[in-house]
Design a protein around this ligand. Structure first.
Ligand SMILES: [Zn+2]
Length: 231
């Protein structure tokens, strides 16, 4: 086989999901899981182990096992205290936008908040330097504010959100309870994450679901798959 193909396939191997045994562990990186119930991508970093579904089951039966989506953070849950420190910094920066990051240290297995130094900033947008990091550190959660405005994912946010991280945007910082959106970013695909500020946030759920059912669905996701918050 061509050495270049060997290198590419080592960087992103395809694994058939076991039907009878557990999924084998993996080193940091990404791999594609071919399963009876679809195609999945698994990403492992110092701070993250997640499995996301890419497509539903293929049109022919495969003799493999099934895979469930998963989202697990090495640090356990996202610490509300650090996010609240960021909200406070966002309020100090009004009317301008503010950017920050939660940075994960492999050595201490914990997160710290770093505010990003702005290059150009206004109430409409911010360009910023990524904070300096130690060799054992990686950026886990990318945060920015929309000042007085509502939180949403702008075209610029979509362009900026590359690689693998959690992204959060806060808005309406002049109100007692700000609004927010959070999403998991995996190589250009986005997955909304529930979060403690969503009660007052226009959430991208099915609009015609009756509220009780919607609440149960959100609780299900919060409790089962996406419960990343230390409230
Ligand atoms: Zn934005």
């Amino acid at each position: 086989m061509d050495m270049r193909d060997l290198a590419l396939q080592a960087a992103c191997p395809v694994v058939a999901a076991p039907r009878f045994g557990p999924l084998p562990d993996m080193e940091n990186g990404q791999r594609i899981l071919l399963a009876a119930n679809g195609v999945f991508v698994q990403v492992k970093l110092d701070w993250l182990n997640c499995i996301q579904q890419l497509s539903h089951e293929l049109p022919i039966p495969l003799p493999y096992g099934g895979v469930e989506e998963r989202l697990a953070f090495t640090f356990g849950v996202l610490p509300i205290r650090l996010i609240e420190d960021f909200i406070a910094a966002g309020r100090r920066g009004l009317p301008n936008e503010v950017a920050g990051a939660l940075i994960y240290s492999r050595r201490s297995q914990s997160l710290r908040l770093a505010l990003c130094e702005p290059i150009a900033v206004s109430s409409q947008q911010i360009d910023y330097r990524v904070p300096a990091m130690e060799a054992d550190e990686t950026l886990a959660v990318d945060l920015h504010t929309h000042g007085y405005g509502r939180p949403f994912w702008s075209d610029k946010d979509d362009r900026d959100d590359q690689g693998i991280k959690v992204a959060g945007v806060f808005g309406c910082l002049h109100q007692p309870k700000p609004q927010a959106l959070f999403r998991l970013v995996v190589n250009g695909s986005f997955r909304s994450l529930p979060h403690p500020w969503q009660v007052d946030t226009a959430y991208d759920a099915e609009p015609d679901l009756e509220p009780g059912l919607l609440r149960r669905i959100l609780n299900f996701y919060q409790g089962r798959r996406f419960g990343p918050w230390n409230i």
